[in-house]
Design a protein around this ligand. Structure first.
Ligand code: GRF
Length: 216
């Protein structure tokens, strides 16, 4: 059995993805162990979720730092205190500096509520509806210096219904997020997923540009 994979999760809010990751690791033998949860907001509900699960928490308020570089430098220090093999962004609402991203090259994952490369940034559900898309979903990707632009690992696709609203879509996409993020974390922790020279690889095979796609 390979060594356990220590994970640090970064959050800013409710932390429902964090909860899914926690739930996936409890009970049974899981190769990942969430060592700590770090939030830039003291009122993030995800901190409560972590405490309930007996996971260490830290708050690093970005407003207490002179600039983005100073915040990210402190964040690197806080994360590296746990010497994680993997850092997971789970609703962490900060744009990261290139230096931060380079430091965690190949061991930094993010989840985004759209079928990337469509709808980088915010208001993804609204934008999918306005475009009249027949399908929508979410994506897990390795983080690179391009915002929401790194190599894709896995996507979950859902059909858009004629009576969908941004809220109803958000709700159904969230359910899928809670399915694919634990899956990607497990792949990584098992040593099956890595960032190769030309993209994400699963079991030594280059994944397609869209990552592995799961249809519902
Ligand atoms: C999710 O929609 C995720 O895709 C985005 O931020 C949101 C976080 O939600 N990156 P939660 O805090 O995990 O509930």
């Amino acid at each position: 059995m390979a060594a356990r994979c220590d994970v640090v999760v970064l959050i800013s809010g409710s932390g429902s993805n964090l909860q899914a990751l926690i739930d996936s690791t409890t009970g049974g033998d899981h190769p990942a162990r969430i060592r700590a949860v770090i939030s830039n907001r003291a009122d993030a509900y995800g901190l409560e979720r972590a405490k309930i699960a007996g996971i260490e928490t830290r708050v690093l308020d970005h407003k207490a730092f002179a600039d983005r570089e100073a915040f990210d430098a402190a964040l690197v220090q806080a994360i590296d205190a746990y010497a994680p093999q993997l850092v997971v962004l789970a609703g962490f609402m900060r744009i990261l500096t290139p230096g931060f991203v380079r430091h965690y090259q190949g061991r930094l994952l993010n989840i985004h509520p759209s079928l990337l490369p469509k709808y980088k940034g915010l208001h993804t559900h609204q934008r999918a509806l306005e475009a009249g898309d027949a399908e929508h979903g979410c994506s897990v990707h390795f983080v690179t210096e391009e915002l929401d632009g790194g190599p894709l690992v896995v996507q979950a696709l859902i059909p858009v219904e004629s009576n969908d609203t941004p809220e109803s879509l958000a709700q159904r996409v969230h359910v899928q997020e809670h399915r694919i993020y634990p899956l990607a974390m497990r792949w990584f922790a098992e040593g099956r997923l890595r960032l190769g020279p030309s993209g994400a690889e699963l079991d030594g095979q280059r994944l397609p540009p869209s990552g592995q796609q799961l249809r519902n």
